[in-house]
Design a protein around this ligand. Sequence first.
Ligand SMILES: Cc1ncc(C[n+]2csc(CCOP(=O)(O)OP(=O)(O)O)c2C)c(N)n1
Length: 368
Amino acid sequence: MKDSVNFVKEGIFQIIDERGECHADHNLSKNKLREMFWWMIYSRRASEKALKMQRQGKIGTFLPLDGQEASQVGSAMAINKEDWIFPTYREMGAQIVRSVPLVNILLYYAGDIRGNLIPKNVNNLPFYIPVGTQIPHATGTAWAMKIQKKRSVVLCYLGDGATSKGDFHEGLNFAGVMKSPVIFFCQNNGWAISVPREKQTASRTIAQKAFAYGMEGLIVDGNDVIAVYLAVQHARKRAMEGVPTLIEALTYRMKMHSTADDPKRYEDNKNLKIWEKKDPIKRMRLYLKKEKIWTRGWEKTLEKKADRLIEDAVKKMGKVSQLTPEDMFNSIYSKMTPKLTEELEYLKENLANREVEEETQEIKGGFP
Ligand SMILES: Cc1ncc(C[n+]2csc(CCOP(=O)(O)OP(=O)(O)O)c2C)c(N)n1
């Protein structure tokens, strides 16, 4: 066995291969390995449930994480509670590992902004929807933490598509110059909606872009939860020393981009078949089985626990009071501006008129 930090196969950092064979010492306890498997099971089941809820009209939109569990779980587990994460819309797995209640996430996807209220003492930003905008924010936050001499780092999530945005280049350039304690964690999942990775950039890899900004670049097998964990731990240490890292996690989006798209229109099924063999959960199961940590019964217990937590979250969501149209004015400024007050009055008046109109229509419609 080789020392894990130096084990790189064809330029890609990997510990566990697709057959569940371990190629390097990792020094992780059995409990840590169990925990990793648990979070991946929970994340996938939560993602599957959210997709069904969208199809049933219970939430408005959703972006499945299926296939990216190892990247999200491994990275989120590798940092400290005091560190901050800047997630994109697909990072449900990272959010739940970092203690954001699932009910919040479901509420958010149902269009209820209260879902974005992150609990106190949880250092997570809400989901970023505009692609790439989190990157300069993450750099700035990390820089501020450095000035304040805080012993924490920022983990900034992004996709391969985000690397084409100006924000990416500005954010990374500034991080390199200011030596901000930040880790840029790019999940290269092959697609930016229907744009394949090879049309996104002519660079041979995404990680190599790091060198132009004076930081470290690292490619990790994003479907190997142990490798991701160790890579992010390493990058965290470097960030504390003033060296940011751009990690490219090679993974695959196994479902649609979002509930609004149909990948069959642009994606060759052959790719999916290849990546199904690399499924992060399957791989970890094979490894844990070899290590005599996994049994079918144990996995069933985890599935049941996950389903119970998911059902609880769905029930809690049902108990949350409905938002009214007027509520949209409550979350903009702490004190309403004169213009907003005027608009609120206008809205109220229109809503009242609409009620009268609806009642009149009903009466005109006659009696059954
Ligand atoms: C500024 C901006 N432009 C366009 C969009 C529409 N959009 C949503 S997701 C997406 C693709 C992003 O791909 P990638 O960064 O690879 O992340 P992934 O969705 O694969 O996780 C685009 C173009 C957006 N949300 N924000």
